[in-house]
Design a binder for this molecule. Structure first.
Ligand code: S3P
Length: 439
């Protein structure tokens, strides 16, 4: 029985202090996938113990991989090698997690056994043809519903062959899915991206000793190699840090240090966009940890101004737009986002859901097919709905820092998919948020 959780945010406050937000979701998923397929034992620290990454972990346990943990972010994965996974006895349920489903579909297309991937209501509505079609071109046998959605039925025992694929959308999930299938394919698999997207799969493959080739905006692997176990340190998730980067920017007299945040250049669009708006964010102690750049981020309040968000930054900030829209609502003047139609097929339709909530709170927010126009103003009060989308819930909680009255946010249980403990950490840093449980 799941509980309904509501956030109630009293207006005002400032954010101060230091915090390390939970581990990076994208890197956590990949650590389990590659650790499971490696030869030897992979030790992971900083693993995100949240529902999405735990869904990936459960799937590999169902396929016979022995894993100790997670225990305070530590995992010990006993790799089974490229061909050591066992047929799962039941469908693999992946909850809310698009990353699990899209990456696993590529990885499982190359196995000798059949598998079925299922998800919750939101995941079962999300487009899967973007991975099943190119995988089919590689020789995979996968069935979707007539709408191109989950459940996905993947038939094992197919010999895959490499393809040269030009992605129509800039998607790291599609790229990663094809590269993982490419590990099992004859010959080389190449993926060309229309714009740079997060490259954690490529970096981690190299960390596990697999050769990854890059040519401009193309990345390729040759099938038939192997992965050698390694130790991994998962940095704090910049997508979770983003809520506090915006919160401390918009709340007067704030100053925060966010520790050990992953600052891979394919993820830092949120910092670039906030800086263009006038934010005061500094990277301290920049360092490399296991192939990923990491830094402490210092953010202080600053007056923000509306901007036209450069389209090249869209894929580099794709998960941070809900909270960036809150920044726009607090900025002077108008902020315009274009070229971001992908936001409509995330955990919710993030353009419509954010526009509806902002309008409820008295902000002039006009959705467009591929983005939104937001005029900064006074955030009022009211009750908004997250539509079960973790990032919408957290974004509206942050809006409370500049609201005139109380904000209630319905349907917040899914915050646990990426950021368990968000409300208590936010409270500790100065946000007046309480969680109300309805059993
Ligand atoms: C992710 C890629 C992004 C992002 C998602 C995680 C990943 O999706 O929105 O939260 O881990 O590869 P797309 O690549 O489909 O844009």
């Amino acid at each position: 029985m799941t509980h309904q959780i509501e956030f109630v945010v009293a207006p005002g406050g400032k954010l101060t202090g230091q915090a390390r937000v939970p581990g990076d979701k994208s890197i956590s998923h990949r650590s389990v996938m590659l650790g499971a397929l490696a030869e030897g034992i992979t030790r992971v620290t900083g693993f995100l113990e949240a529902e999405d990454a735990l869904a990936t972990l459960a799937a590999f346990k169902q396929m016979g991989v022995v894993v100790e943990g997670p225990d305070q972010g530590q995992l010990t994965i006993h790799g089974v090698g490229m061909h050591g996974l066992q047929a799962p006895e039941a469908p693999l349920y992946l909850g809310n997690s698009g990353t699990s489903m899209r990456l696993l579909s590529g990885l499982l297309a190359g196995q000798s056994f059949d598998s079925v991937l299922t998800g919750d209501q939101s995941l079962s509505r999300r487009p899967m043809r973007r991975v099943t079609e190119p995988l089919q071109a590689m020789g995979a046998k996968i069935e979707t519903t007539p709408q191109g959605t989950a459940p996905l039925k993947i038939y094992g025992g197919q010999q895959l062959h490499g393809i040269d694929y030009v992605m129509p959308v800039a998607s790291a999930q599609v790229k990663s899915s094809l590269l993982l299938a490419g590990l099992y394919a004859e010959g080389e698999t190449w993926v060309e991206e229309p714009a740079p997207t997060r490259d954690h799969t490529e970096r981690m493959l190299m960390g596990f000793g697999y050769q990854v080739k890059r040519q401009g905006n193309r990345v390729g692997v040759r099938g038939g190699g192997k992965l050698i176990a390694t130790d991994l340190d998962v940095p704090a998730d910049i997508s979770s840090a983003a809520f506090f980067l915006v919160g401390a920017s918009i709340a007067p007299d704030s100053e925060l240090i966010l520790q050990h945040v992953g600052v891979n250049p394919t993820r830092t669009g949120v910092i670039d966009i906030l800086k263009l708006m006038g934010a005061d964010i500094e990277l301290l102690n920049s360092r490399q940890m296991g192939g990923e750049p990491v830094a402490d981020l210092r953010v202080r309040s600053a007056p923000l101004k509306g901007i036209q968000i450069p389209e090249r930054l869209v894929p580099l900030a794709i998960d941070e737009f809900p909270v960036l829209f809150i920044a726009a609502a607090c900025a002077e003047g108008e902020t315009t986002l274009s070229g971001a139609e992908e936001l409509r097929v995330k955990e919710s339709d993030r353009i419509q859901v954010m526009a509806d909530g902002l309008v409820t709170l008295g902000i002039d927010a006009r959705p467009k097919p591929d983005g939104i126009v937001i005029r900064g103003g006074q955030i009022g009060s009211g009750c908004v709905h997250s539509h079960g989308d973790h990032r919408i819930a957290m974004a509206f909680a942050i809006a409370g820092l500049r609201a005139r009255g109380r904000i209630e946010i319905e349907d917040c249980a899914n915050v646990n998919t990426s950021f368990p403990g968000f409300a208590s950490l936010a409270r500790q840093l100065g946000l007046n948020v309480t969680e109300v449980r309805h059993d």
